[in-house]
Design a protein around this ligand. Structure first.
Ligand SMILES: [Zn+2]
Length: 78
């Protein structure tokens, strides 16, 4: 599905209680196949006007924002 694959390696933060934000940019928009738009409307085939992709807003690319929340483990100690 993705044309660009990235892995996130999880490592607990030194001071705990943190939220991490990871941004992964430049993933190809699947709605317009990276073109930033398409000719015509899918519901009216005779329309030949260039339409800006509503998903990527014409950029052809999407950014992924991943938020990781760290919290103390609740596993009981024995
Ligand atoms: Zn798009």
């Amino acid at each position: 599905m993705s044309s660009k694959n990235q892995l996130i390696f999880l490592e607990a933060p030194l001071y705990g209680g943190l939220e991490e934000h990871i941004v992964s940019r430049g993933h190809r928009c699947l709605y317009c196949y990276g073109e930033g738009g398409f000719l015509g409307d899918r519901s009216s085939p005779n329309d030949s006007e260039w339409k800006i992709c509503p998903v990527c807003e014409g950029s052809g690319k999407m950014d992924a924002e991943v938020t990781i929340k760290w919290k103390p483990s609740k596993t009981e100690k024995k």
